[in-house]
Design a binder for this molecule. Structure first.
Ligand SMILES: Nc1ncnc2c1ncn2[C@@H]1O[C@H](COP(=O)(O)OP(=O)(O)OP(=O)(O)O)[C@@H](O)[C@H]1O
Ligand SMILES: [Mg+2]
Length: 353
């Protein structure tokens, strides 16, 4: 090969190398721009989507505990202990930077004392869409899990619902109503979600500091006879309702719930002590029921006279013997009584005019 030939080969090799590098650079550039655009458009899509659909963001999950406190003060009667326990528990859980465990509360009390009412208020304060939020999950023990023999099937379903719900948004709220009507053993499936470690160790979040912002609430009537007995005992000793403290009831409820039949019966959930707060809902006295009645009348645009209140009260049963201090159905179903009284009064006044 002469000199000219040698130079031509060299030039050819150089040209090939340079063009190959250019191509790589071009590919790299196009790739980067592509992924940048992809990222931007994905971000844009997410942002756009969240303008129209509920997302797991602060905007949709304001967790407005001041609003909850206000709702309690304005509309919840006679449940001082429950009110304080719930607010403190939620503040501690949501405002802490590092909450490695889901918040688990168990509400106990006689019918119509406000367990569902409070659970709904919590949902309203947490989520912009309140109980319509896709992050609010409600189960009813009696309706959703009626058969003991199907407990294994229910366990599988429940596990899927809860783990998918948490994947979608870790700030989810799960409410289990009528836990005492659930098949025994079903709640054990929840232990990994309620406890500190198990679920998170096996999840992709295990490396980072995991913020477990989920909230689980159980509602039941178990332990309510113990609550009522204890409150009556205190009343007999001259202690006022407002002087009672959470500590007076916590142990009573836990023992009652554990030994009575139903979802908590000899349950691992209790044994593993994953329930953070046992919240007593005290039986309501006449003074509280009167407030519920006034509210129900005023919601119908009526300022009730004493005789109307008396008539509504006469439909309610107070017990237990001998003092008959507490409304046996709390403030439950009083709307219907009020509705019929208002209807009758209105039709009487039409006839009289
Ligand atoms: N403490 C309360 N203060 C004000 N209103 C109340 C209270 N308790 C109950 N109510 C009224 O009674 C209705 C029924 O109460 P709720 O459904 O919360 O009872 P519950 O405790 O869940 O009873 P159950 O054990 O029978 O399920 C509520 O929607 C609310 O209007
Ligand atoms: Mg209820």
């Amino acid at each position: 090969m002469n000199f000219i030939g040698f130079v031509s080969v060299l030039l050819l090799i150089l040209t090939l190398v340079v063009s190959a590098r250019c191509e790589l650079i071009t590919i790299g550039l196009v790739g980067s721009i592509g992924s940048l655009l992809g990222g931007v458009s994905y971000y844009g899509y997410e942002k756009y989507k969240c303008m129209y659909m509920e997302c797991c963001t602060d905007e949709y999950i304001p967790s407005d505990l001041d609003r909850l406190e206000y709702m309690f003060a304005a509309r919840l009667y006679g449940q001082q202990i429950a009110q304080e326990t719930v607010i403190n528990a939620l503040r501690g859980h949501l405002e802490s930077q590092n909450s490695p465990k889901a918040l688990v509360m168990s509400f106990h009390g006689t019918p119509g004392t406000g367990k569902n009412y409070v659970a709904q208020m919590i949902a309203k304060a947490l989520y912009k869409k309140g109980i319509e939020s896709q992050y609010y999950h409600f189960f009813n023990g009696r309706n959703d899990f009626p058969l003991q023999r199907k407990v294994d099937e229910y366990k599988e379903d429940l596990y899927k619902i809860v783990s998918n719900g948490l994947k979608r948004c870790e700030r989810s709220l799960f409410v289990f109503d009528e836990v005492d009507k659930m098949p025994e053993g079903l709640l054990n499936i929840l232990v990994p979600f309620l406890d500190y470690s198990v679920y998170h160790k096996s999840s992709k979040h295990s490396e980072s500091v995991y913020q477990n912002k989920a909230i689980f609430i159980f509602l039941s009537n178990t332990g309510s006879s113990q609550i009522a007995q204890h409150l009556t005992g205190m009343w007999e000793k001259g202690r006022k309702r407002d002087d009672t403290r959470l500590q007076d009831f916590e142990k009573l409820i836990a023992n009652g719930a554990f030994s009575e039949k139903g979802g908590f019966h000899h349950s691992d959930t209790i044994q593993a002590s994953v329930i953070d707060h046992y919240v007593p809902f005290l039986p309501l006295e006449e003074v509280h029921v009167r407030k519920c009645l006034v509210k129900a009348f005023s919601e119908r645009g009526v300022t009730p006279k004493e005789e109307m209140i008396q008539e509504a009260l006469s439909h309610l049963t107070f017990g237990p013997e001998p003092h008959n201090l507490y409304s046996m159905a709390g403030c439950k179903r009083i709307e219907q009584k009020v509705a019929s009284i208002v209807y009758r009064k209105q039709s009487e006044s039409i006839i009289n005019n």
